[in-house]
Ligand binder design. Structure first.
Ligand code: PMP
Length: 348
């Protein structure tokens, strides 16, 4: 049975969180000399001399409406990379506990685990990049506190079968984190729609991809209010800066434009999916629900360097187990994609 109190590390359950100046004062006032700010002003303008809202109330209330969840079910991080690290630290004791990951997948689960001295258990995805569920269930140990599932998966681009994720959610009483950084490019619904059913489910999303705000660093985790309260307890107090809060809030009003941008990217992705396999150095383009393609080529290192020589940077994933011979290529603008196709055509 899942029990968040039992899962959270004892030191975190017992500790007192940092209490900021703005937490301790409730009410109205005109003179704020409680936070050692510069009350003369800011060289950056715009009230940036003041600390930002540590609870990001306006942003969460807007996001709650867009995502169809309660504000209490939202954690905001300095990118979803921060959420990955905090989730890991919330439940995994250094030197004792473990996470389970499913490579080839996003690299930060492993980096955060190594940083925090958390054991990494690994079950390789199948040849079609799906989860071998029986094998995963066999690998879940008493020390396993968290399973990271990336869907759509980076760098393979495919979505993970929902039945497999559901089987793990049912069988495992640790946290199951579904990383949906690329969900806006997929057809399948988000797992946020199923948060009520699974108390051990955490869904991560980000404004870095479809929303086009990688530079602002705003990641989201959606889960039960209990899990979110614990994440808020251990986050750095002002982890989302004021500029990010303001700019993200303004951008969230433009969800109509988001739709058009996503449509254009998906359309370009489909064009590349059809055009690339016609080139003689391309062996296979894997189906993608994301804004990138995993492409198997005849000579990955050769083509990678050749493209670099032409001023085009792609991601060489050919040394990754399961991605041998593969490059990962983000969908660019129409012009960039034409340039890419032209360059690959001229290779050798
Ligand atoms: N998850 C996945 C699967 C990603 O590919 C990335 C970014 N490459 C992230 C999380 C991190 O995103 P953010 O910019 O929100 O930290």
């Amino acid at each position: 049975m899942f029990n968040i109190e039992k899962l959270v590390r004892q030191n975190i359950r017992q500790m007192k969180p940092y209490s900021s100046a703005r937490d301790e004062f409730k009410g109205t006032a005109t003179v704020f000399i409680d936070a050692n700010e510069n009350n003369i002003g800011s060289l950056a303008g715009n009230n940036y001399n003041r600390y930002p809202d540590p609870h990001q109330k306006k942003l969460k209330s807007r996001l709650a409406k867009i995502k169809g969840v309660e504000p209490e079910q939202i954690f905001l991080g300095n990118g979803s990379d921060e959420a990955i690290d905090l989730l890991l630290r919330l439940v995994c004791r250094p030197g004792q506990d473990a996470l389970l990951q499913l490579p080839p997948t996003y690299g930060m689960y492993e980096v955060s685990a190594n940083l925090n001295e958390v054991r990494i258990d690994t079950v390789q995805l199948t040849a079609d990049f799906q989860i071998p569920v029986e094998e995963v269930l066999r690998q879940l140990k008493p020390e396993t506190k968290i399973v990271f599932i990336c869907s759509p998966n980076n760098p393979t681009g495919n979505s993970i079968n929902p039945e497999s994720i559901e089987a793990i959610l049912d069988a495992f009483d640790g946290l199951v984190v579904v990383d949906e950084a690329y969900i806006d490019f997929a057809h399948n619904p988000s797992w946020t729609t199923r948060l009520q059913e699974f108390p051990n489910l955490v869904v991560m999303q980000t404004l870095s991809k479809a929303w086009g705000m990688a530079g602002l660093r705003l990641g989201m985790a959606f889960a039960s209010a209990e899990i979110i309260t614990y994440l808020d307890k251990i986050k750095p107090p002002y982890n989302i800066n004021e500029a990010t809060q303001e700019l993200a809030l303004a951008a969230l009003e433009k969800s109509e434009e988001l739709k058009f941008m996503v449509e254009e990217i998906v359309q370009e992705r489909e064009l590349l999916t059809h055009a690339l396999p016609r080139l003689k150095s391309v062996l296979k383009v894997y189906p993608s629900d994301a804004n990138f393609l995993l492409v198997k080529v005849t000579d990955a290192n050769g083509l990678y360097n050749y493209l670099l020589g032409n001023g085009i940077v792609v991601r060489n994933r050919s040394s990754l187990k399961g991605c041998e011979g593969c490059l990962r290529i983000s969908v660019g603008t129409l012009e960039e994609n034409q340039q890419l196709l032209q360059s690959i055509e001229e290779f050798r």
